[in-house]
Structures are given as C-alpha cells and as structure tokens.
Design a protein around this ligand. Structure first.
Ligand SMILES: Nc1ncnc2c1ncn2[C@@H]1O[C@H](COP(=O)(O)OP(=O)(O)OP(=O)(O)O)[C@@H](O)[C@H]1O
Length: 310
C-alpha cells in the first residue's frame, strides 16, 4: 500500500516587498519519512517551514497537511502537529516539569504525558530546574519534548541543534532516530549542518535564495554531483597546463583560479602521481593537499558557490 502523504506543498511562493523568500517550491512528505531542508542563512528555510506551520501565509500556492489546508482547519491541524521554533521562549520562572504540564494542559493531555516526555527527552534529573537555568542543549531537549507532547503525526523542527556542542547534538539525533523507529511521524527539519541531514533524514532538499537546487536521497545527490573522489590542493603559483587533461579527472573547481581548487576524479591512485609530476614539472610548491570521497558539502558548494555554514 502507498504511504499516506502527510505534507503537500504545491507551487508555494512568499515575497517580502521585492525580496522573494520562497520561490515556487513543491514537495511532499510521507508518513514515517524524515526530510531535511538544508541551506545557508537566508535561504528561505524558516519562511517555508513557518508557512507549513500556519504561522505565515503564502502569497501563492497550496499547503496541505493530511489533505487539509490551514483555512478553517486550525484546531484539527494543531492537534496533529508538533512544532519547535528556532528559538522557543519559555517562562523563565517555570520549572521543566511545570512547563511540560502547562503545554499538556493546552492540549488537554493528562499530567502523566508530561512525565513520559521527561523520560523520552532525558530531562528527569532536571524536572525541578527553572528553564532559565538550563544549558542550550537542555533547552533544545525541552523544546523537542513540548513538540512531542501530543504524539504528533507531523513534526516540524527549525534548526533543532544550532549552537549546540557535538555531544548535545548527538543526543538530540538519538532521540529523533528513536522516534523514527517507533512512530510513523513525518518530519521536516531545517539545518545548516550537512551531517545532521545526512544522519537523520531519508531525503534532503538543498535550498538557496528561495529555490530548491537539488533534492533526493544522499546517494542520489552524490551521484548527481559525480560520484568519485576529490583531490583538494593549494599551490604557490598558478598552474600553466590545464588540470582537466590529467588522467581520470572528471571536473575541476577553482576557489582561487589557478592556485586553490578541487579535482573530482574517478580514481585517486591514477590521478595523484600525474598531478604531483605536473607540480614538479612546473616548479610549483604544494602548500596543501587532501584527498577524500565526494561529500554532500562538495555538491552544496558547487550549487551555491558557498559553504553550508557561511
Ligand atoms: N518578516 C520578514 N520581512 C522581510 N524579510 C524577511 C522576513 N522574514 C524573512 N525575510 C527574508 O527572507 C529571506 C529568507 O529568510 P529565512 O529566515 O526564511 O531564511 P533561513 O533559510 O531560515 O535562514 P537562517 O538559516 O538564517 O534562519 C531572508 O533574506 C530574510 O532576510
């Protein structure tokens, strides 16, 4: 049986005066699927996710959650949605437990649900702590806990791990991964972190300046860039001969024309000796050299001209 489509975004556009924040984008998310919206600052991720959350209204296009638009269905949609904003504001002089109880009462849920959530997000030891005394990671866990209270069918997380240290980030990932195994929740998360999209999500959309530049599973995205390996280098003076002519080179990308760049090659062991021989022949000095598999970041840079965290 086909999976249920829980989120449908069809030709959605949003402008702020002359700025097109989201430009005619369409996609669907099925039950049980995790989707990442990956993009640099200002790409339009928050605007898009807030339109799906019903916080902002699109100028054009249609957004359906479980087949329904926000118009006239607010109450029903709020019941099936879990939302965590980029910065969730809690009442500082409430404890973790009081905060969860308060949000539970909004949904008409019993206090026992708040207790379950304390365990799920691993904040039992902090139940009596005021929210303004929590660390960044603990706050994010609490925000996630609030989003999960109503057992949402649709979970929308705006940069759930921005600013967290790697350990705290990993803990949030573990939580979300566990949720994926135990529920049919459809999730969209926005992120600047390639590893987050890669680790958690079935599908990735790369977004920049309001538009989708690429979409697919990680292997599909890597394939679209050109599978292979990368030789990254920096030399002291520009090359005289074209690097494209070296054996097994598929593409050449320059960061600083002639001196700093990247070769995408089908086999490093074939290209590398010729590359080094050319450096010797042209009397250049090799200042940096790195070889590795193609990553999503390579694709991202080639599509947007900038690194993900710029
Ligand atoms: N209320 C608003 N009024 C005017 N411009 C806005 C408004 N909200 C967003 N923008 C602009 O729309 C563009 C997209 O912003 P958005 O916050 O959606 O990007 P983002 O991908 O979420 O970025 P970040 O990763 O920094 O959160 C940006 O150029 C932003 O300045």
């Amino acid at each position: 049986m086909d999976k249920e489509i829980l989120i449908e975004v069809e030709k959605v556009k949003k402008t702020f005066k002359s700025l097109v924040a989201v430009n005619d984008v369409s996609f669907k998310v099925n039950a049980g699927e995790y989707l990442a919206l990956l993009g640099p600052n200002g790409a339009g991720k928050t605007t898009l996710i807030e339109m799906i959350e019903g916080i902002q209204k699109q100028d054009k296009g249609e957004i359906l959650i479980q087949g329904k638009s926000w118009n006239g269905n607010e109450e029903e949609l709020h019941r099936i949605m879990g939302i965590s904003l980029q910065e969730t504001h809690f009442v500082d002089r409430n404890s973790v437990e009081e905060t969860l109880n308060l949000f539970s009462s909004f949904y008409g849920l019993p206090k026992s649900r708040a207790q379950e959530i304390l365990e799920i997000v691993g904040l039992e030891a902090k139940r009596k702590t005021y929210v303004n005394h929590l660390s960044g990671g603990q706050r994010q866990k609490l925000a996630l806990g609030v989003a999960l209270l109503n057992n949402p069918k649709v979970l929308l997380l705006d940069e759930p791990t921005t600013g967290l240290d790697p350990n705290a980030r990993r803990e949030i990932w573990n939580l979300l991964e566990k949720l994926k195994r135990t529920s049919g929740t459809a999730m969209i998360l926005t992120t600047h972190y390639m590893e987050e999209a890669q680790y958690l999500c079935d599908r990735i959309i790369i977004m920049n300046k309001g538009s989708f530049l690429a979409e697919g599973t990680l292997p599909q995205l890597i394939k679209s860039y050109g599978e292979g390996e990368v030789i990254q280098f920096l030399v002291n003076k520009p090359f005289g001969e074209s690097l494209k002519l070296l054996p097994s080179v598929k593409k050449v990308f320059w960061e600083k024309r002639g001196t700093k760049g990247k070769l995408v090659v089908s086999d490093i062991t074939i290209t590398l000796p010729h590359f080094l021989a050319l450096i010797a022949k042209e009397n250049l000095k090799l200042l940096e050299l790195e070889s590795r598999k193609v990553t999503l970041e390579d694709l991202f840079i080639s599509l947007t001209g900038k690194a993900l965290n710029e």
